[in-house]
Design a protein around this ligand. Structure first.
Ligand code: PLP
Length: 403
């Protein structure tokens, strides 16, 4: 049956009409369509590791299936997994978390979504530093709130600051979302700045959601500062969200988690129990193994990202009209491309990305997806060989444009 989108009577809610699939991801859809037709596209789009899940972790998933661990679990996750998440934090930060502080879900994304539904009411404002990860504003909006954007500066490597947050705060501010290391810029917030923001959130009685999905990937002597350091002092304020996806190359397993005050965990657990229930039992068994096991595979990924970044940043900066700050962490670079605007039909990040796809067969994500239209995101979660090839193609395509 074909259903016309304009059929009278087909009604969608205001809630869903107000959010959108980012139109800028259109470039990536086009890139995939080209690849499906057999074109050789260098894909700098992916937000996921190009490495396989560590074998010991996959083996734990297989064992879970073989021993019949394939039924519903507690909707908030198994006690074994929640205990191992708590233990990992306790070991690193000297906290005394227990399973009641932890919920596991289908990715960090689900826990962020649940948190918005539990904490944001209609009319509430939530402050998000720009550039931001694509889902934050839509999640806030879906919950009935209003995203409010705080400036960061490329000259300060896009690190979030209290000044930027305070400049947009109002009496309707209900919370702040920080993401460090940041997707798309790689920015890593300093411990001093984070402390100031935590104290400010406490003084204003607003929540702080701290998304540390890329915590493991921090370079050049930068140190990851986690809001977990302040969790026990301010359990009503600080909420930490994390994921197995990037650190353990487990994007498809769908396993992420949140650490929060037990009352917040119960609230989001209620939401989860009526939506997805537990994350996959098999993924939970694999994640429990990953958290308990050694991190040698993760370390290998880290070394590879470090090498790629060390080659890529100067190579991009060597191309006329591209300018990229050293990203502190994650596996992205975020070059400024605006000096190409006005040439060859390029007028924004989307048309720049389209040009690269058409003329160089290279896919990048337009910065407009992250609220920063002068930039594009290049992911180096792909092999060194493809990175070299992609950079060569970008350089040639831009040279043609300049000729
Ligand atoms: N937070 C950030 C900043 C991300 O980049 C992502 C994924 O790209 C997520 C959260 C969600 O990851 P997942 O749902 O795979 O755990």
């Amino acid at each position: 049956m074909t259903v016309s989108p304009t059929r009278p009577g087909l009604r969608l809610t205001r809630r869903v009409s107000d959010i959108q699939v980012s139109p800028t991801l259109e470039v990536l859809n086009r890139a995939q369509a080209l690849m499906a037709k057999g074109f050789d596209v260098v894909d700098f789009g992916p937000g996921e590791p190009d490495f396989p899940t560590p074998p010991s972790v996959s083996a734990a998933g297989i064992r879970a299936i073989e021993r019949g661990f394939t039924k519903y679990t507690n909707a908030l996750g198994t006690k074994a997994l929640r205990d191992s998440i708590a233990k990992r934090y306790n070991t690193r930060y000297g906290t005394s978390l227990q399973s009641e502080h932890v919920i596991a879900g289908n990715g960090g994304k689900q826990e962020l979504f649940n948190l918005m539904l539990a904490l944001v009411d209609k009319g509430d404002e939530v402050i998000i530093p720009v550039p931001y990860w694509v889902s934050f504003p839509d999640q806030v909006q879906f919950a009935g709130g209003t995203p409010v954007f705080a400036r960061t500066e490329a000259s300060n490597r896009f690190r979030a600051t209290l000044d930027g947050i305070q400049a947009v705060a109002s009496e309707r501010t209900r919370g702040v979302i920080l993401n460090s290391p940041n997707n798309p810029t790689g920015a890593v917030i300093t411990e001093e700045e984070l402390e100031k923001i935590v104290e400010w959130c406490v003084s204003r009685d607003v929540f702080l959601i701290f998304d540390e999905t890329y915590e493991f990937f921090v370079y050049d002597g930068n140190r990851h500062a986690s809001a977990m350091r302040w969790f026990e002092r301010y359990p009503e304020t600080v909420i930490v969200v994390n994921s197995m996806s990037k650190t353990f190359a487990m994007t498809g397993w769908r396993l992420g988690y949140a650490v929060a005050h037990p009352e917040i965990i119960s609230a989001i657990g209620k939401i989860q129990s009526h939506s997805t229930s537990n994350p996959s039992s098999i993924a939970q068994a694999a994640a429990t193994e990953a958290l308990a096991g050694d991190e040698s595979e993760v370390q290998k990924m880290y070394v590879a990202y470090q090498e790629r970044r060390a080659w890529l940043v100067p190579a991009i900066n060597a191309i006329d009209g591209l300018c990229c700050a050293d990203p502190d962490g994650a596996f992205y670079i975020f070059p400024d491309v605006k000096s190409w605007f006005g040439k060859g039909g390029i007028h924004d990040s989307q048309s720049f990305a389209n040009y690269l796809l058409d003329e160089a067969r290279v896919a990048v994500v337009p910065g407009s997806a992250f609220g920063a239209d002068d930039f594009v995101r290049i992911s180096y979660a792909t092999s060194m060989e493809r990175i070299r090839e992609g950079v060569k193609r970008i350089e040639e395509a831009l040279r043609r444009l300049d000729a």
